[in-house]
Design a protein around this ligand. Structure first.
Ligand SMILES: Nc1ncnc2c1ncn2[C@@H]1O[C@H](COP(=O)(O)OP(=O)(O)OP(=O)(O)O)[C@@H](O)[C@H]1O
Ligand code: NI
Length: 328
């Protein structure tokens, strides 16, 4: 039995299924994704565009678009509570309080007509019940934390550069001391030097505060720099997961191999995902067998017929591929 203290900050996603309705068709965006994230650890979600990474993140935050979402199933347990079952009022306490999300695009995450100070203070008033004066003082402290001079507290987003805006977004996300941060490509909108600075900052704050993190990215170098665990997402499924070492030193799924270009090593510089020849399947009509089979250099008839489960290879390393059975 897992005691309550063991569940502190523990995220468990089990059998998550998300479908959108679009143009009269069903989009199978997330297909039975399961993973666990113990408190204090960081997990990288890696995969091509459209794989279902953001949808997974939005499910945890419960911010999927109502009008377009036709099905959300599964269990998302945080701190022992199924967050898909609690009321919206309870969820509002979780969102931005215990769990907060850093969005991909700082331009859309910030409100153009409010000062950055007001925007950082907002969550502090809601989640920590701080009064105006205390919330402002804490907002200033947060600006310092992310390396922005406090005399800019009354400025508006348009007065900041892209990198500085993303720092403000991070300050907002971290202000309430979240236990879990979900960062959806937090640095893609930034130029390379600013990217490195922002990542260093996230990493430092995470280490200081023992925060857990889900990092969504296309950048394998960033994952290597920040994450303990990695899950490779393909067509709404996890096709391989394990620790950073397990995945980088012994990638087993042909898709993972493809993304890494060749056989990667942690010590070598791996960065951008390699383009894998071919295209992912249409999420409105997924193939019968393995979703990767149409692009897979090793695919056999068995792969096209049967859909494989994610199976344990060793330690915490899991892979969804028949090749694994053949290699032993
Ligand atoms: N509001 C929506 N309505 C219909 N389909 C959607 C909606 N949002 C996402 N999708 C579809 O769901 C699938 C998963 O999208 P998602 O944004 O989760 O992928 P992602 O892995 O985050 O991709 P990216 O790396 O481009 O951010 C895609 O096929 C996408 O087109
Ligand atoms: Ni995304």
């Amino acid at each position: 039995m897992v005691s309550n203290t063991d569940k502190k900050g523990y995220l468990s996603v089990q059998d998550l299924v998300v479908e959108y309705r679009s143009g009269g068709e069903t989009v199978q965006a997330v297909n039975h994704i399961s993973f666990e994230l113990p408190g204090g650890r960081s997990l990288g979600l890696v995969g091509e565009t459209g794989a279902g990474k953001t949808t997974t993140a939005k499910s945890i935050m419960r911010i999927l678009p109502d009008h377009a979402t036709q099905k959300v199933e599964g269990v998302i347990e945080y701190d022992g509570t199924d967050i898909l079952k609690i009321s919206e009022a309870e969820m509002q306490k979780v969102r931005g309080g215990k769990i907060s999300m850093i969005f991909q695009d700082p331009m859309t995450a910030l409100n153009p007509v409010k000062t950055v100070g007001e925007q950082i203070a907002e969550g502090l008033k809601v989640h920590q019940g701080l009064d105006k004066v205390k919330a402002r003082a804490k907002a200033i402290e947060m600006l310092n934390t992310v390396g922005i001079s406090e005399d800019r507290v009354d400025e508006y987003p348009h007065q900041f550069s892209g990198g500085m805006k993303q720092r403000v977004v991070i300050a907002i996300a971290l202000a309430c001391n979240p236990e879990l941060i979900i960062a959806d490509e937090p640095t893609t909108a930034l130029d390379v030097t600013i990217q490195a600075q922002v990542l260093e900052l996230i990493k430092k704050l995470q280490a200081e505060r023992g925060t857990s993190m889900i990092l969504i990215t296309h950048d394998l170098g960033v994952v290597a720099q920040i994450c303990d665990d990695v899950a490779i997402v393909y067509a709404g499924e996890i096709v391989e997961k394990g620790t950073l070492e397990e995945i980088y030193d012994h990638p087993m799924h042909p898709y993972t191999e493809g993304l890494f270009g060749a056989i990667p090593e942690l010590s070598k510089d791996v960065d951008r995902l390699s383009p894998v020849p071919g295209l992912p399947p249409d999420p409105t009509s997924l193939p019968e067998g393995c979703y990767f089979a149409p692009r897979c250099p090793y695919a056999t008839d068995a792969c096209r017929e049967k859909h494989f489960d994610l199976e344990k290879v060793s330690g915490s390393h899991y892979v969804r591929c028949i090749k694994k059975e053949q290699e032993g």
